[in-house]
Write a new protein. Sequence first.
Length: 407
Amino acid sequence: MNLQSKQILLGLTGGIAIYKSASLLRRLVHDEGVDARVVMTKSAQQFMTPLIFETFSKKPVLTDMFSGGIVSTRHIDLANDSDLILICPATADIVAKTANGIADDLLSTIVLAAGNKTIFALAMNVNMYENPITLENIQKLKELGYGFIEPEEGDLACNNKGKGRLAEERIIIEYLDTWLNGKHLLKGKKVIVTAGPTREYIDPVRFISNRSTGKMGFALAEEAVKEDGNVLLITGPTMLKPPPGVEVIRVESAREMGKVLSENAGEADFLFMSAAVEDFCPANFSENKIKKSEPLKEIPLTLSPDLVSSFRANNPKVCIVGFSVEIEDGKNRSIQKLVSKNMDYIVWNDPSKEGTGFESDTNDVLMFSANGDEWYFKKNSKRKIAEMIIQTVVRNISSLPCGMLAP
C-alpha cells in the first residue's frame, strides 16, 4: 500500500453500514497516513454523530453547504483538492442522484463537481441493489468512469440474505491503492488470467488434481486491474476471494477451462496462463461411484488438451505469458515449452525451493521471452512478483510480434 498523504474525501450516507466506516477512517488516517476529510449527509447523521469521525480524522466534519468556516465555493474546492472521493457506505439514493445529475446537498454537489474520481462502496438491501433502476444507474456511472466496490453476499441488517453487505475493509483499501497508484499500463486492454488447479474426474466423487491454490493467478488478476486492464479471471477450484473489479468465471476441468478460453480468445490482448492445468485426465469416466469392494482396476490416463496452443490458434496476435513448474532441468524445459507452444513469455518457478510454488504466499521466478531475454525476480510476495511480471511484459512488448498491442 502507498496511500501516504493522499487527499481522500470520505462521504457518508444514510446506511446501517456506516458504523464500519468509522473503523475504515481510523485505519486510513492512523495506519495508512491518509489526509482525510469527512462529509456527512443529513441521513448519515441519523445513524452516527460527526464527533467520532472528527476524532479519527482530526478535522471538522462537514455537514452543510453553507454553514461553518469559509463557505466560498466549498463544493468545488473540496472536489479539486481531493485525490479521490470515497462514498462509503454508498446507498441507492446517492448512486441515483449522481447518475441523474442531482446535487441537492453538500455531498452530492461535491460528487457532481468531482466527476469520475468518485468511488462508490455499495451497501444496501439486496432488493434495492438488484432493482433494475439501481443496476442501470450503476452501469451508467461505470461507463462514465466512476469506480464501484461491489457489495458482498451474506446476512443483511434487515434479516434478508443476499448481495448488499459492505465490502471488507481490506478490499476497500486495496481498491483505493489500485485506483491511486496504478500506472495504467493495461488501459483499454482485455486481459485474461487463468488460476488454480483443474480437476479431472474419475467418478462423481474422485478426481486427479494438483496442489495449486490459485494465489499467483489471483495476484496477477489484482495487479492487472490496478493497471487499468479489463480483466477476466478464469479459475479452477480455490478458496480465494476474487479481487474487486474482476469478472470471474469458475470452472473445474481442463476441458471446461478450454471452452471458456476459446469463447473469449478473440477479444483478448493478453493471456496470463497461470492455472496449473492437470496434465493427465482419466480416459474413462464412471457415471457411478466406483465401490471399494470392486476389484481394483487400472485407471487409463490420457493427456489433457493443450489450452495454450488452441488459444494461440484462435488469436495469433495475442500476447501469451505462460507459467512453468519444473524441478529437473527447469530452465531448458521451460524454454522448450515457450517455443513449442508459441508463447511470448514464460515464467518458471522451481517448487523445490523453500517458500516458492504451490501453496506459498511468496515466489522466486525466472522469466524468458521469445526473443531470448531473461529476467530474474527474486523471492518476494506473489503480488509483488505479479507486479514485476506485468510491468516487464508490457514495457518489453514492442520487441515481440505481439508488440502491436503495446499501449
